[in-house]
Design a protein around this ligand. Sequence first.
Ligand SMILES: Cc1cc2nc3c(=O)[nH]c(=O)nc-3n(C[C@H](O)[C@H](O)[C@H](O)COP(=O)(O)O)c2cc1C
Length: 208
Amino acid sequence: MSTLLHIDSSPLYGRSVSRQLTSAFVDQWKSSHLSGTVIDRDLNATSILPISAEWVGAAYTPEGARTAQQRELLALSDSLLAELERADEYVIGAPMHNFGVPSVLKLWIDQISRVGRTFSYADGTPKGLLTGKKATFIIATGGIYDAQTRMSSFNFVEPYLRSVFGFLGVTDATFLTAGGTAALNQGQDRDAFLAPHLQVVQSHAQAI
Ligand SMILES: Cc1cc2nc3c(=O)[nH]c(=O)nc-3n(C[C@H](O)[C@H](O)[C@H](O)COP(=O)(O)O)c2cc1C
């Protein structure tokens, strides 16, 4: 039985393009995985503090030697990691904010990047431990950042997500981008704008 981890990080909810597209992905995935399970993790509804020196100390303390306070500090990270480890597939919605990922998504990445759990330098070279997973990233950007365009070098969303998830072992990753959502604020019809993106997302969700 397959498990899909569905993550959203747009604060815009009903107006969010990435949320609408991840939701279409989930609906399609459910219809082709009738006995599958979906775990929803809404990062805008999850309270995540920035990591502290104590948190880092706890993460680098061997599990058996952690104090009760250190275990408590890592409790949220442990439960977010359990979701990632339990799922076989991920769909992650990522709006572009200030050319990068939203801060809630970065806070989550800081929680799930854990030595000995998702990466290791045990033999001197980095090794991702989150293997055998399939990820689909659905990115929404106000402008257009396609390769060869004037603004392409300002896109830190896809390269960052590809690098950090690759580092953690998730190398089977697909990136689907709805670029140019700013047109929606200038009167473009939402359904007409979304139709081709919905089609791409649904066919991808059906194919995987
Ligand atoms: C705080 C904030 C920062 C943004 N920064 C950028 C940006 O740097 N470049 C860009 O093209 N669009 C930017 N946008 C526009 C969003 O990328 C666009 O609205 C996109 O559709 C967001 O995804 P969502 O609809 O799922 O929230 C920004 C939007 C917000 C709310």
